[in-house]
Design a protein around this ligand. Structure first.
Ligand code: GDP
Length: 318
């Protein structure tokens, strides 16, 4: 008998075994990958990621195992450069929203991590949202409120939405839930900002982790932690990205960076030295003038310089 061919969405996977959810189904199928399916898409650190659309061949509608036989072009892909692996690492595909969780209180506020996530969302043309969790702590005066306030206000100023919430008190959680409803969102943020607590606050007790969590796989001398899908409802998925400590953007060259940082872009090419300006010491540099005039936050400028060096391959630290 010819196997059935059905559409499915990837929930998780490593290099060659994937967990997929057939369209309209409510159970998962473990699939191998037929050779050549990813021809032209196989030069990444990893092959298929949560959100990828595939066609699978299964022996019957009830089968637990199948084979991925087809792959649909991605609408978008959220990725990063994996410095250890020396390759682009795909994180999730066909995403509606990138959610960057931060906390003005503990762990220490890291705005430059947010800069990198938002930049990657803009490169991938995926809408992004900053969630400021743990506002209950800030109220109590435990957090570095001033620093976080100023920088988060600047994110608003340049056009990003910043939502204050507390997964402990529930403040802002209904609004966040409303925003996520019906979307596939990637959840990012440094460890400890409260990503898991947020998921639990959004859907107490019912959040099902449908992928394999914290599945590690080896490739050479390093390991990585994979993204996994948390299903809040049939249409609402959160793709968790555990263990990303350092985020190096990918998909653009250093020279294009200025075009992808929102408040920098209108100044591209306007410096005295035009496009060859390094924005570090040249007279007539419009970027440095904007920093002095307060139109570009000096910490965003610091981010720009560091990301530029990452993209130019000059630096391995962020
Ligand atoms: P993750 O590493 O981003 O998944 O962070 P967790 O969800 O594990 O949270 C890290 C710590 O922060 C835990 O001790 C949580 O109880 C605490 N936490 C999370 N959200 C909040 C919040 O809104 N307010 C307070 N006060 N603590 C929180």
């Amino acid at each position: 008998m010819m196997p059935e061919r059905i559409g499915a969405t990837v929930l998780s996977g490593s290099r060659n075994v994937f967990t997929v959810r057939p369209d309209g189904g409510d159970r998962n199928v473990r699939c191998g990958l037929k050779g050549k399916v990813l021809k032209g898409h196989d030069d990444f650190y990893n092959a298929l990621v949560p959100g990828d659309r595939v066609r699978i061949g299964v022996d019957s509608g009830e089968a637990e195992y199948g084979l991925i036989v087809g792959f649909e072009e991605r609408k978008n892909v959220f990725s990063r450069f994996n410095q250890k692996g020396g390759a682009v690492q795909l994180i999730a595909a066909n995403i509606d929203l990138v959610v960057c969780v931060t906390s003005g209180a503990s762990p220490p506020f890291r705005p430059r991590f947010i800069d990198r996530i938002l930049l990657q969302a803009d490169i991938a043309e995926i809408p992004a949202l900053v969630v400021r969790n743990k506002i209950d702590l800030e109220r109590k005066g435990d957090g570095d409120l001033l620093d976080a306030d100023e920088r988060l206000e600047d994110f608003r100023r340049i056009g990003y939405r910043v939502m204050p919430v507390s997964s402990t008190t529930g403040e802002g959680i209904p609004e966040l839930g409303e925003l996520l409803r019906g979307k596939r969102s990637v959840l990012t943020g440094q460890s400890g900002v409260g990503k898991s607590s947020l998921v639990n606050a959004l859907e107490p007790g019912t959040a099902v982790r449908t992928g394999d969590i914290n599945k590690k796989y080896d490739r050479g001398n390093h390991t990585t932690t994979l993204a996994s899908v948390i299903e809040l409802s049939e249409e609402t998925w959160i793709i968790d990205t555990p263990g990303i400590r350092r985020f190096v953007p990918t998909g653009i060259g250093a020279a294009d960076l200025i075009l992808y940082m929102r408040e920098f872009a209108p100044l591209a090419g306007k410096c005295t030295y035009g496009l060859s300006c390094s924005h570090r010491h040249e007279p007539g540099c419009k970027i440095m003038e904007a920093v002095h005039a307060g139109a570009i936050h000096e910490d965003r400028y610091e981010s720009f310089i560091r990301i530029f060096d990452n993209l130019a391959g000059k630096s391995h630290v962020d």
